[in-house]
Design a protein around this ligand. Structure first.
Ligand code: NAP
Length: 287
């Protein structure tokens, strides 16, 4: 008997329907939410992500502005554009697609975005607020995971949560959110000794590693909730398909709830970007 699927695609669609009403209510008051997306370079994966984000905005009525630069764009040009967007009242959210070309200092760019428009939640001010348990903008991927847990009535207080991965965009904010929800949180990474033993204690196991099928069935406690953040493209010889960090077919037999890849965390990430942009516009409309 297998565990139940957490359907991220269905939840994302449900949430996006509710966003349309909020967007139209704002637009009627002269505050149509606006998102600016900056892309530097020609990375094919980034181009797909940006296209999807812009398309998702349009589908719920959010105004979107896509700004493309060549890979050799000077850092000053990017910073000047961000300063201009910070001052633009039609723009409520600014997103710089990562990774940036190597000559550009990512931290400098992200810190130039006004914290009030930082809908990715990567600015130090927003990470600080999250750390203090009083978040303003929550990074979209872990925010989406929390919504999925909530929608599936997964209680967190007092539970053992294990997060594998400690990146600034996924693992670390995920751990903070679970901690803020009163789970007992363990964060594992590449230097962790006996990772499997930690994983096996988890009531809620989140994998954000970037390695196909890293989490195997023997690492999962029977009845655990397993969240797969990973998006990995298998090699052409292996079929070229998308694959998560969890060995889905085997782990679904052990877990009580599990997210698939694709159709799990992925669709929720863009959904929470829309949520943050609408939230930014709502805050702005109230000032
Ligand atoms: P990342 O920055 O490369 O971080 C990977 C983390 O995994 C690091 O903390 C690393 O540890 C840890 N790790 C790597 N190998 C390990 C090992 N053998 N044992 C234990 N820990 C190990 O990646 P990321 O940006 O967080 O992304 C992770 C995955 O999620 C990727 O597949 C990415 O595509 C996906 N992702 C999906 C979404 C979505 O929308 N669903 C959003 C963001 C990311 P160290 O810190 O020690 O190096």
């Amino acid at each position: 008997m297998g565990g139940r699927l957490i359907d991220g695609k269905a939840l994302a669609e449900e949430l996006r329907e509710t966003f349309k009403t909020r967007v139209e209510a704002l637009a009627a008051r002269g505050h149509r939410p606006g998102l600016a997306v900056i892309l530097a370079g020609e990375d094919p994966a980034s181009q797909v992500y940006v296209r999807n984000k812009v398309g998702a905005c349009e589908a719920v009525g959010i105004f979107s502005l896509k700004i493309d630069y060549p890979a050799d764009v000077p850092q000053e040009t990017l910073l000047a554009k961000i300063a201009e967007l910070n001052a633009d009242p039609a723009i409520h959210g600014i997103l710089v697609q990562l990774p940036l070309p190597t000559h550009i200092n990512e931290e400098t760019v992200l810190e130039t975005i006004s914290p009030e428009k930082d809908v990715d939640g990567f600015h130090a001010v927003n990470i600080g607020a999250l750390t203090q348990g009083n978040p303003r903008f929550i990074p979209c991927t872990p925010y989406g995971v929390m919504k999925m847990l909530e929608a599936n009535q997964v209680s967190l207080a007092g539970k053992e949560a294990v997060v594998i991965g400690r990146s600034n965009i996924a693992g670390k904010p995920m751990a903070l959110l679970l901690l803020n929800a009163s789970a007992t949180v363990t964060v594992c990474h590449s230097k962790t000794r006996d990772l499997a033993a930690h994983a096996r204690r988890a009531d809620i196991l989140v994998a954000a590693v970037g390695k196909p099928r890293f989490v195997t069935a023997d690492m999962v406690k029977p009845g655990a909730v397993v969240i797969d953040v990973g998006i990995n493209r298998l090699s052409a010889e292996a079929g070229g398909k998308l694959c998560g960090d969890v060995d889905f077919e085997a782990v679904k037999e052990v877990a009580s709830l599990i997210t698939p890849v694709p159709g799990g965390v992925g669709p929720m990430t863009i959904t929470m970007l829309l949520a943050n942009t609408i939230e930014a516009a709502e805050r702005r409309a109230e000032t």
